[in-house]
Design a protein around this ligand. Structure first.
Ligand SMILES: [Zn+2]
Length: 102
């Protein structure tokens, strides 16, 4: 990214995302995305283009399909752990979608 991140200065949850509101259930980057672009459609998630989980700059956020998002985070994690990826990654992921954390 060639613009600076807008770093959330409030609380951060266990997953490393900025949270706010009374119950701390408001996810900062999702809220920021919705303020700028409208509601997040069903089946979609907000992806950080900058890779910085506490960034709330709307231009660093993009809408991505849930499956594609999980796929990307999963591949990233496998790479950092130097694991081999499953042969048929997409169907493998679809079966495990609910178990794979954001
Ligand atoms: Zn950013």
């Amino acid at each position: 990214m060639n613009t600076e991140c807008w770093v959330w200065t409030g609380r951060v949850n266990a997953q490393g995302y900025g949270v706010g509101g009374h119950s701390k259930r408001l996810i900062a980057h999702r809220f920021s995305y919705e303020l700028a672009n409208g509601l997040i459609p069903e089946g979609c998630e907000v992806h950080h283009l900058c890779g910085n989980r506490i960034c709330v700059r709307p231009s660093h956020l993009a809408l991505i399909e849930r499956i594609a998002h999980r796929r990307e985070s999963f591949i990233e994690r496998m790479k950092t752990k130097k694991h081999q990826l499953p042969f048929n990654l997409d169907s493998w992921l679809r079966q495990r979608l609910d178990f794979i954390e954001e």
